[in-house]
Design a protein around this ligand. Structure first.
Ligand code: GDP
Length: 221
């Protein structure tokens, strides 16, 4: 099918990223400084597609899908900031693979429990199956550590607007008790919601130390 030119908007907002490295363990991660935003989600919720849409490049998440890298934490520098995105391994794949599940838990638990630079987490869900048990676990985990979480209800294009609104309201009601959780609809396929996503990420990736006045620049009178 021929693609129609999108004339409604100028260039959609996106983040310009470059791959830094993959890590199997905490001690292989890049230096723990500057803000970092983690992307998590059940396999098949569309995390890779979200990253591709966000960065405007199919190559971004392709890195994470390379054989041998799917169980690793994959780090990307966000140009124009001192921050990074980290693509966490997807969870909830083959139930039979208990050992794989355990290794996911080990590397991701370590990362989530110890990473000082973690400034926020994007939790990608399929809008048709939100808040699965492991999503809930991540939310429960993020709450006491006061980590802001953005729930992306992806694949919104699969539902009509009315149905999207219903799920959005229901999920917002479910997480009402957590003030640091935001929820939005998204479609990696159509780009719906990308402006809001980029705005949230930019606010998390702001380097809070960048604008601190240094004592040497202060001049009396
Ligand atoms: P991941 O395992 O979470 O990284 O998921 P992928 O990005 O590989 O996506 C899983 C499947 O869902 C693929 O077939 C994608 O084409 C599809 N998908 C991802 N995002 C969307 C979306 O927003 N809309 C639709 N309709 N399909 C999507």
């Amino acid at each position: 099918m021929p693609e129609r030119a999108q004339t409604r908007q100028a260039d959609p907002p996106r983040l310009d990223v470059s791959f830094i490295k993959s890590a199997a363990r905490l001690d292989q991660c890049p230096p723990d400084e500057g803000p970092e935003v983690a992307f998590a989600g059940r396999s098949n919720a569309g995390k890779s597609s979200v990253l591709n849409r966000l960065t405007g490049s199919r190559r971004t998440a392709k890195v994470s899908k390379q054989p041998g890298r799917t169980q690793l934490l994959n780090f990307f520098a966000v140009q124009g900031t001192s921050g990074r995105l980290v693509d966490l391994p997807g969870y909830g794949y083959a139930k039979a693979e208990r050992s794989a599940q355990a290794s996911w838990q080990q590397s991701v638990n370590d990362y989530l429990s110890h990473r000082e630079s973690l400034a926020g987490m994007v939790l990608v869900m399929d809008i048709r199956h939100p808040l699965q048990p492991f999503d809930e676990e991540l939310i429960q985990w993020a709450h006491p550590s006061e980590l802001p979480v953005l729930i992306l209800l992806n694949k919104a294009d699969k539902l009509k607007r009315g149905a999207q609104g219903k799920v959005l309201s229901a999920v917002r009601r479910s997480v009402k008790a957590y003030p640091l959780i935001q929820v939005q609809t998204f479609s990696a396929q159509t780009g719906q919601g990308v402006t809001e996503l980029v705005a949230t990420l930019k606010s998390w990736l702001k380097d809070e130390t960048a604008n601190e006045p240094t004592s040497t620049t202060e001049k009396a009178g």
